[in-house]
Design a protein around this ligand. Structure first.
Ligand SMILES: Cc1cc2nc3c(=O)[nH]c(=O)nc-3n(C[C@H](O)[C@H](O)[C@H](O)COP(=O)(O)OP(=O)(O)OC[C@H]3O[C@@H](n4cnc5c(N)ncnc54)[C@H](O)[C@@H]3O)c2cc1C
Length: 366
């Protein structure tokens, strides 16, 4: 069990809940729904600033084709639909804070603490932490830490902030290529720096970038940034070591680095749960970890035959919800009820009136 002293020093009055869900990726979001159908309240926490996990952080605009009954939707659309679906259950959403500490208390309940000193008192915990907390792979050269956040960025919040700026973008994947092409419309100059002539991103975007270079609207340099020149805290230029061993200085106002995100299991590894190759071992009946009362769904868990797919995580969330209901209310029989026909489900979903109106309409038609 980990202790984050700085967080605990300022900890607030605990939020009482049935379940804390660590991670607001697709599986964490759907977990709220499955718990809600069984009448259990949940609080969601994610270290990212937006819900959606990998779908939003890594591929918001890319189409997903294997969600049952949804022939195609983007990562962002899937997240928006899940958020819509869980609305009736009023789960608390605590973003931009990492769960740092999970501890079973003497009364069997769990004390859960975040990096923002939010404290929960929960009956059970579901870890839906995916591949862990995402951390951008950083540019590790002299001058970088001095300008991070002001002149060196690992994500673009608003492309308009690059207006009239000399932008240098590092990386060879989709993010670097997409932003290089997009920022041509905003920045004064755009230079993409990549260590090899081959790119990992979409061929069409590479072509677009080279077309922009031919029109003298962007440039591509093969090499690696080795040093940043910073004067009075302001980024001035980057030294790029080329494949030909020549170092070239490039003027830069804003530097964007897209070296990918490296997932870190982070504090989850310190909660005393059995870990198998950076994943949490669970059983396939309850999706419970080695610690009773702590469950794991989605990419973070492992069991024989596990496939890291969103639909697998949805199934796991459904079974985990039934197991948690039994764990929190032992001995109480939990009946499987259909959302189509059960008045209790309609009540929990907040559609009781609509459902009754539909029934009346159907009866009138008979
Ligand atoms: C490029 C790409 C394309 C893909 N395409 C498909 C596809 O077409 N179909 C498909 O089924 N799957 C696809 N996947 C896989 C799919 O995205 C994952 O299976 C899915 O995102 C797993 O969901 P999750 O909720 O388990 O975890 P994640 O989406 O990883 O979300 C986990 C969340 O937990 C948070 N977290 C972790 N630790 C903590 C902590 N201590 N405190 C607070 N928050 C924490 C993280 O910040 C993250 O937001 C794709 C993946 C990639 C990378």
């Amino acid at each position: 069990m980990s202790f984050n002293d700085s967080a605990l020093k300022f900890e607030r009055h605990p939020i009482q809940t049935d379940v804390v869900i660590v991670g607001a990726g697709p599986c964490g979001l759907f977990q709220v729904f499955e718990l809600g159908l069984l009448g259990l309240k949940a609080q969601l926490v994610d270290s990212l600033k937006a819900p959606g996990g990998q779908c939003v952080e890594l591929y918001p605009d890319k189409p997903i084709y294997n969600i049952p009954a949804v022939p195609v939707c983007t990562g962002q659309e899937l997240t928006d639909r899940l958020l819509e679906q869980i609305k009736p259950f009023g789960a608390g959403l605590h973003l931009g804070q990492e769960v740092t500490h999970v501890e079973r208390q003497e009364n069997g309940r769990f004390k859960v603490v975040t990096s923002a000193a939010t404290v929960f008192d929960a009956g059970a915990v579901v870890i839906a932490g995916g591949v862990g907390s995402f951390q951008p792979r950083r540019l590790d050269v002299p001058g970088a830490s001095e300008v991070e956040g002001k002149y060196l960025h690992y994500r673009v919040k608003d492309p308009r902030a690059f207006a009239d700026q000399d932008a240098v973008i590092c990386g060879g994947g989709d993010s670097a290529l997409d932003w290089a092409v997009a920022l041509v419309e905003h920045a004064r100059s755009v230079v993409l720096v990549h260590r090899r002539p081959e790119f990992r991103g979409a061929a069409a975007t590479v072509q677009k970038l080279y077309a922009l270079r031919d029109e003298l609207r962007a440039d591509v340099m093969i090499g690696q940034v080795k040093e940043l020149s910073v004067v009075d805290g302001v980024l001035k230029s980057a030294s790029v070591l080329g494949g030909d061993s020549v170092v070239r200085r490039v003027d830069v106002d804003q530097l964007l680095v897209f070296f990918g995100l490296s997932p870190k299991l982070g504090p989850i590894a310190e909660w005393g749960i059995e870990i198998n190759k950076k994943q949490l071992s669970v059983d396939t009946e309850k999706f419970q970890t080695s610690v009773p009362g702590i469950y794991a769904v989605g990419d973070i868990n492992t069991y024989p035959g596990k496939k890291k797919l969103i639909l697998s995580g949805f199934h796991e969330a459904a079974l985990a919800a039934f197991a948690i209901k039994e764990y929190l209310e032992p001995g109480k029989k939990v009946h499987l009820q259909y959302t189509t026909t059960s008045p209790l489900m309609h009540k929990r979903l907040g559609v009781a009136d609509e459902a009754t109106a539909e029934e009346r309409k159907a009866a009138g038609a008979r």
